[in-house]
Design a protein around this ligand. Structure first.
Ligand code: MN
Length: 191
C-alpha cells in the first residue's frame, strides 16, 4: 500500500508554547510529508508495497530504511501528545517504571540525559522487551528499536528540526518541556 500523512488528533496550535504551531506545520506538515512521499516513491511497484511499514523497517536498508523509519517515527512521536497531556503514567507501566528505574522522576532524568547526550541527529526511546523490561536507548538518524525486536513505547525526536524554531540550541529545555504534553493513556496502551 501507499501511505498518506495522517491527520493529527489535535489542532496545530494546541500544543503551544511547548511545540508551536509553526514547528508542527514544518516538522509534521513538511518534514514528515517528505519522508512519506519518499517512502511511497521507493516502494511503488516493488515487493515492499505489500509489506507492513513495520516489516519494511525490519528488512530494508539504506534510503528505504531511512525514509520508512522516519515516516513511522514521526507518526509515533506526534501521536504521543495531547493538549490535555502531562501528569504521570499509571497501572502496569508505572509499576514497571518503578521496578526498573526506581521512580518516574529517575526515568525522566535518564531519558532527557540520553536525549541531550546523543551526538548529532536521532531519537531517544523508551522500549520494552518480551519480558516487559523497560529500556532507554539512543539511536542515530532514523534508528528504530523495532529492528532490535523491542516494542517502542515513547520517543523524543532530537533532530534540530524538532526544536530549533522554538528553543534554538536549547535541546535540554525542549526535552524537559515535552513531558507536559505526553498523553499517558496512549503510552500505556503500547505497553
Ligand atoms: Mn523530526
Amino acid at each position: 500500500m501507499l501511505y498518506s500523512l495522517p491527520q493529527l488528533p489535535y489542532a496545530t496550535d494546541s500544543l503551544a508554547p511547548i511545540i508551536s504551531k509553526e514547528t508542527i506545520e514544518y516538522h509534521y506538515g513538511k518534514h514528515e510529508k517528505t519522508y512519506i512521499d519518499n517512502l511511497n516513491n521507493l516502494i511503488k511497484g516493488t515487493p515492499y508495497e505489500e509489506m507492513t511499514l513495520e516489516d519494511i523497517i525490519r528488512k530494508a536498508t539504506g534510503s528505504l530504511f531511512n525514509n520508512a523509519a522516519q515516516a513511522w517515527n514521526h507518526i509515533f512521536y506526534f501521536f504521543s501528545f495531547s493538549p490535555d497531556g502531562g501528569g504521570f503514567p499509571k497501572g502496569e507501566l508505572l509499576e514497571a517504571i518503578t521496578t526498573h528505574f526506581g521512580s518516574f522522576e529517575v526515568l525522566k532524568k535518564q531519558f532527557v540525559k540520553a536525549g541531550t547526550t546523543l551526538f548529532g541527529s536521532g531519537w531517544v526511546w523508551l522500549s520494552s522487551d518480551n519480558d516487559g523490561k523497560l529500556i532507554i536507548s539512543q539511536g542515530s538518524n532514523a534508528s528504530n528499536p523495532l529492528t532490535e525486536g523491542l516494542t517502542p513505547l515513547l520517543t523524543f525526536d532530537v533532530w534540530e528540526h524538532a526544536y530549533y524554531l522554538d528553543y534554538q540550541n536549547r535541546r535540554a529545555d525542549a526535552l524537559n518541556a515535552l513531558w507536559d504534553i505526553i498523553d499517558w493513556d496512549i503510552i500505556e496502551s503500547r505497553y
